[in-house]
Design a protein around this ligand. Sequence first.
Ligand code: PRP
Length: 217
Amino acid sequence: MEGNRYLTFALGKGRLARQSLELFEKIGITCEEMKDKETRKLIFVNEEEKMRFFLSKGPDVPTYVEYGAADIGIVGEDTILEENRNIFEVLDLGFGRCRMCVCGPKEARDLLKKREWIRVASKYPRIAKDYFYNKKHQTVEIIKLNGSIELAPIVGLSEVIVDIVETGSTLRENGLEVLEEVCPLSARMVVNPVSMKMENERITRLLRMLKEELSIR
Ligand code: PRP
């Protein structure tokens, strides 16, 4: 993969980044210096492949990719939907599978059914708004939070939440349940529209290798 410029990848910090690197290793792309847990470096280079990798907070990945600071990003579909950036979504990587759901105490089921005016806490105000206003045609108040969303109905900040459910154990341990499913989610690869044109050959080749590895046609 000799090119004059580096192909830059933005990876959402945490499990997604680890799974992405494992996947890249399987197709022969490694980045040894990224495995060093002690390092304070922010950007890692694979000179041979002319590739650079950096880790960022999930919601920042679509931003780096839209502005072209990264050619390619790997991030959860939840973040892509919420950020609504001008980027191409090119591949479902299959890992990071979970669901976006409306959750709350079981008593809230009735409020949803009757389309009552309720407060909805979420880290994903755009997704929550789209679901309630455009899909359900229900007027609600959206309250933006930044984490531990399950707290909101417990302490009386909201009647329900819109949040990610993976194993369901956070809900169970806090006496909450899934009331409605908004959509399924998984990790996605996204590409800057200009990079897609300028680096088409390298990106297409990478996509072909990844699809082969993931057994996608
Ligand atoms: C996410 C999500 C839920 C939890 C769901 O939170 O917001 O709280 O994981 O996973 P589970 O169904 O397997 O229990 P995260 O750990 O990312 O942290 P946050 O609460 O700060 O957003």
